[in-house]
Write a protein that binds this ligand. Structure first.
Ligand SMILES: Nc1ncnc2c1ncn2[C@@H]1O[C@H](COP(=O)(O)OP(=O)(O)O)[C@@H](O)[C@H]1O
Ligand SMILES: [Mg+2]
Length: 295
């Protein structure tokens, strides 16, 4: 009985979402920890927000939630509390530079595939409250191939893979692309080379990954550019600020702002895919099996 009522509310909320304007969802991922996912997603979100767009950054890294640390923000609640009905979404959102809205990591998402009906309704409610004020949603994912990483990536319109020129990063990026393409229907990926130390390193790294993907997988890769290794970026991290704010003329800032203007031109989602409804349905509807073992 209670479930029926919840489902009816859920359906009404989804209809409401369907009439909203399109929202571009970008998942920033990469397999390996420490490659720069949080740095890239935070600076990307800040840079897009600086152009006047309404941007939201969701910290979906459950193990090492750090968007708030990186941007020096104080948080009290996270999306897990919202889903559990312990606070409103408004209470969990913190505001960053240029009006960027940040949703801190949600431990409730750890078991996305086994959410209760009430939790489903909680997520839909949380996101339907947002529809009128988000144009771009950037999701910072965790390292590895956990169900939350796969769920957010498959639900997004654009998957940005952050890679460094080291064997472990390349292997992990490949493993992630393989699982997402073979098991979750994601066919298109943007590849960003981070922490590059010489010119030509980014394109060469992209070629290396494309060659192996072309050979074994049915995917389309695009080169999203390179972000050089930059001590100013490290300094900004230490001061808990976005490098694009603290050192806007640094080499990494220029690269990250270029990435933002590129991402702004990535095709806008069309039709049903463009609405938050689609994203939310894909998120809560996703059923991801036990961790996939990779060869
Ligand atoms: N382009 C870069 N130049 C210099 N240091 C970087 C760069 N990108 C990331 N880093 C450093 O790497 C560390 C890990 O980055 P982070 O974004 O937290 O990685 P991830 O989210 O993938 O685990 C950060 O503390 C940052 O100092
Ligand atoms: Mg991170």
């Amino acid at each position: 009985m209670r479930d029926d009522r919840l489902k009816a509310t859920q359906a009404a909320r989804l209809r409401e979402l369907n009439s909203s304007r399109p929202v571009k969802v970008i998942a920033v991922t990469g397999g390996k920890g420490g490659v720069g996912k949080t740095t890239v997603s935070s600076n990307l979100a800040v840079s897009i927000a600086a152009t006047g767009r309404d941007v939201m950054l969701v910290d979906a890294d459950l193990g090492l939630a750090n968007v708030d640390v990186l941007l020096g923000l104080h948080t009290r609640f996270h999306l897990g509390h919202v889903v559990a009905g312990q606070c409103a979404l408004e209470d969990a959102i913190v505001t960053g530079p240029h009006g960027l809205q940040i949703v801190p990591a949600a431990s409730g998402f750890q078991h996305m595939a086994s959410l209760s009906a009430a939790e489903h309704a909680g997520i839909i409610r949380a996101f339907s409250d947002l529809y009128h004020r988000v144009e771009v949603l950037v999701v910072d994912t965790a390292a590895g191939l956990s169900d939350s990483v796969l769920t957010f990536s498959r639900a997004a319109h654009h998957v940005l893979i952050v890679v460094c020129d080291e064997p472990a990063s390349i292997t992990d990026a490949y493993a992630l692309i393989k699982v997402l393409s073979r098991e979750h229907g994601v066919q298109r990926f943007q590849i960003l080379a981070n922490q590059t130390r010489r010119s030509g390193e980014g394109p060469a790294l992209y070629d290396k990954i494309s060659r192996v993907c072309d050979r074994f997988l049915n995917v389309t890769l695009e080169f999203a550019g390179s972000v050089p290794y930059d001590d100013y970026l490290r300094r900004a991290v230490q001061h808990q600020t976005a490098v694009v704010e603290a050192y806007p003329a640094s080499i990494s800032s220029i690269a990250l702002k270029n990435l933002a203007s590129k991402a702004d031109k990535w095709s806008a989602p069309q039709g049903a895919r463009g609405h938050l409804e689609f994203f939310v349905e894909r998120m809560v509807g996703a059923r991801i099996g036990p961790a996939t073992v990779l060869q």
